[in-house]
Unconditional design. Structure first.
Length: 165
């Protein structure tokens, strides 16, 4: 059996997040349509646009390492997205819907932040300077989205869900 290296692990994790981003870009429009709060709808739509750019950056990272851009099924992101879909169904028309959707979106963000932080560290270790730059850009976007969602939860969404109770 061939020895697996950090290069191999980097490539496998890159395939994982590539798959995840492609699933996320499909899920965000559903979440936007389901959201009741206009700012939350706008946040989902904005993140969908950002995600398309992140997919393009991932394709560039694949090019840097000389590999074809391809995904690998990621049960973790599939499960997180499924939870968001369950919230859409179970809380439709209810005051807590937006709070649930926002929480599901943050679970996605935290997964992405974890993956991009790891990939950036490994790219540094592997001397992939151009990949580091691309991954840092995406990591910064994901962190900013998470902060924006937290602010929206605290200022409006969670408050609205509680008031209606």
């Amino acid at each position: 059996m061939a020895t697996k290296t950090l290069d191999d692990l980097f490539h496998e994790t890159l395939k994982d997040i590539y798959y995840a981003e492609r699933q996320i870009v499909k899920a965000l429009p559903k979440m936007a349509r389901g959201a009741q709060d206009q700012k939350l709808k706008a946040a989902f739509e904005k993140h969908r646009d950002e995600t398309e750019g992140q997919i393009e950056r991932l394709k560039q990272v694949f090019e840097i390492i000389g590999k074809r851009a391809q995904g690998k099924t990621c049960p973790a992101i599939d499960g997180i997205i499924e939870e968001g879909e369950e919230i859409l169904e179970e809380f439709k028309g209810n005051p807590a819907l937006d709070a649930g959707l926002l929480a599901a979106a943050q679970a996605v963000e935290h997964y992405e932040i974890s993956r991009y932080g790891t990939l950036r560290s490994w790219a540094q270790q592997l001397g992939l300077k151009d990949a580091v730059t691309l991954l840092e850009q995406t990591l910064a976007e994901e962190s900013k989205t998470d902060e924006s969602l937290t602010a929206l939860a605290k200022s409006a969404v969670n408050v609205a869900a509680q008031k209606a109770a």
